[in-house]
Design a protein around this ligand. Structure first.
Ligand SMILES: [Zn+2]
Length: 512
């Protein structure tokens, strides 16, 4: 009887993030009614869709990712499955491209019997068309003679800074290019046409939709691509909401997109800057020297310069997002944000990655109302590397719970395509803080509860974009809903969660 009562009255909101069986009625893209039920049912303008063994949560947001990067990846031949040089050559032969460059990515010769890679191997596939194959880690490329010829690389070409053109005993290039030498060839690959960029954007958006993602905060958006995004949005073709942060560091945006923009499913609201590099390459800027090298990392912008650029951006209505990984970089950005706040700026301020934060700086996130944009999967992927770089005693890495406890607003993303775009891998990392092949949770005190993890994926990201009509299952809110097959009660099953359907703006797409 009590159950019936609940159904009759309905509930106004589901602010707790617990995956639930619900009947939700949607009208004109908004949640019109919401009730506890025995089977999840979504009624859109009167038409019912029932899902057995299914649970609803608010639509998932990826708060830091790269849409075109994912689209490129989806459209690039993946070579990971090649178990030998012969298999790789066979795969490349099957690449179906009409003309122009043959490109692929993902080869890894580690486990191959024959690790001797040469341009002549690829010349046997084609000597007429340039071939460009990037290694799985992105730090080497294997090219054929035609690619070298078009890039004017020969025995007289000097190695670029930070790169190596591998040569044989006679001094001729072998076709293997390391690090910055890769760019000598990549720069000659014709830029993707607008039509192809559109395909990348749409393929990536639909891939997100399949993974239950209803909104992406698209970072470092190239100004050349804004036109394509706007065209897609004007034609109402974007199936998920994109909130964009364009490249702010070179000032080019002032010429091409001088003010924020809001369309149907596209918002261009932020400027992105870089305070330091990455931890793996020891570019993250640290307060103390690295454990495994005689360096503090790289300061990519001074605090004065960042203040100048960020305050000018704020004056023109932009939100500010700054990449900071090292503890000194995080401190520098917080110093700049403190100046902005004391000068009266109320713009939304975020730190992308917030990866290593000194205890003295933790509380400043909430004091200054700065969003900590974190990618939990970086922790589980990079933990062992981080320990090498920082030493066993470093305790300020990926401090999610500590940030959360002090009132910082944590928003979560994947940084795809660098990491998987499957949000359940990230939620798993938040809750379990261990890699797939590991038994033991690393620094258990920094794990988040499932509810806090879901909050960072579903609710809090909307506070960072001013979209207060999204992020919870409530009457009158935009109907962005993810339907999953898992109640998520067993933390060891989070990774295996399947998305059954995604609803964005009241439009339902079934996946299973
Ligand atoms: Zn990124």
């Amino acid at each position: 009887m009590l159950f019936y009562h609940i159904i009759l009255i309905g509930i106004k909101s589901l602010k707790n993030m617990k995956p639930s069986k619900l009947t939700i009625s949607i009208k004109n893209g908004l949640i019109d009614s919401i009730n506890q039920s025995e089977v999840t049912e979504i009624i859109i303008d009167g038409a019912s869709n029932r899902f057995v063994s299914a649970y609803a949560i608010p639509g998932i947001v990826d708060a830091h990712a790269h849409i075109i990067g994912l689209g490129e990846n989806l459209n690039t031949i993946r070579l990971e499955k090649a178990k030998s040089k012969d298999e790789l050559i066979q795969l490349v032969k099957e690449i179906d491209v009409k003309d122009g460059w043959i490109t692929g990515r993902g080869w890894n010769e580690e486990s191959w019997g024959n690790k001797d890679l040469h341009r002549l191997d690829l010349d046997a596939i084609s000597s007429e068309r340039p071939i460009f194959l990037v290694r799985v880690d992105g730090h080497a490329a294997w090219v054929n003679s035609k690619a070298l010829e078009l890039s004017e690389i020969n025995k007289y070409t000097a190695n670029p800074n930070g790169g190596t053109i591998q040569i044989d005993a006679e001094g001729n290039p072998t076709g293997l290019l390391i690090d910055n030498a890769i760019e000598l060839v990549r720069d000659n690959i014709p830029k993707a046409s607008n039509e192809l960029i559109k395909k990348y954007v749409l393929d990536a958006c639909y891939e997100c939709l399949r993974n239950g993602i209803t909104e992406v905060h698209d970072m470092d958006v190239h100004l050349d691509h804004l036109k394509v995004y706007k065209e897609l949005d004007n034609d109402n073709l974007l199936p998920i909401r994109l909130v964009q942060y364009i490249r702010g560091f070179d000032g080019e945006y002032k010429r091409l997109q001088s003010h924020p923009y809001s369309g149907n499913n596209l918002q261009i609201i932020g400027l992105k800057f870089y305070a330091d590099g990455a931890l793996g390459s020891r570019g993250a800027l640290m307060i103390d020297k690295y454990n495994d090298a005689d360096t503090y990392g790289l300061e990519l912008i001074s605090t004065d310069e960042l203040y100048e650029q960020a305050s000018e951006g704020c004056d023109n209505g932009w939100d500010i997002a700054v990449h900071a990984i090292g503890d000194k970089a995080n401190r520098n950005v917080l110093d700049v944000y403190q100046r902005l706040r004391s000068d009266g700026y109320e713009n939304i301020l975020r730190i992308e990655h917030s990866q290593l934060v000194n205890p003295d700086d933790i509380k400043r996130f909430s004091d200054l109302n700065v969003f900590a944009s974190v990618q939990p999967i970086h922790c589980t992927s990079d933990k062992n590397m981080a320990i090498k770089r920082l030493g066993e005693n470093y305790n300020f890495a990926y401090p999610w719970k500590t940030l959360h406890k002090t009132g910082a607003k944590l928003i979560a993303g994947s940084d795809f395509p660098i990491e998987s775009h499957n949000p359940f891998f990230g939620i798993d990392a938040f809750v379990n803080r261990r890699a797939i092949n590991e038994e033991i949770t690393w620094q258990k005190e920094e794990t988040l509860s499932l509810e806090d993890a879901l909050n960072s994926y579903c609710y809090t990201p909307h506070l960072a974009t001013g979209n207060s009509n999204s992020g919870s299952l409530e009457l009158g809110k935009r109907a962005d809903i993810t339907i999953i097959d898992n109640e998520l009660r067993q933390s060891n099953t989070i990774r295996n969660t399947k998305v059954i359907a995604t609803i964005t703006n009241g439009k339902l797409t079934k996946h299973l």
